[in-house]
Design a binder for this molecule. Structure first.
Ligand SMILES: [Zn+2]
Length: 83
């Protein structure tokens, strides 16, 4: 869950909470200073949640717990440029 402060010019990131464990992640000057998985998915017509959008954040510890339960491991590649 992300909280923003609405400045006159733009949105400033204030807080990021992991949706699984609830931990408040480190944010400094509007920048998230640790790894965070951002989930954002709009369920489509053929799903049971037609038209519903889900958004959530996971800290790295919780992300690792989630993917450790996968039968098929995540696909992993090395990014050349990090944003
Ligand atoms: Zn967590």
């Amino acid at each position: 869950m992300k909280k923003y402060k609405n400045n006159e010019e733009n949105l400033e990131l204030l807080e990021v909470h992991c949706n699984k464990c609830g931990r408040n992640m480190r944010v400094e000057n509007g920048i998230l200073k640790e790894g965070c998985f951002h989930g954002d998915f709009a369920f489509g017509y053929f799903s049971e949640r037609d038209g519903v959008r889900h958004r959530f954040e996971l800290c790295e510890k919780c992300y690792n717990e989630v993917i450790s339960g996968f039968v098929i491991p995540v696909e992993e590649t090395q990014e050349q440029e990090l944003l």
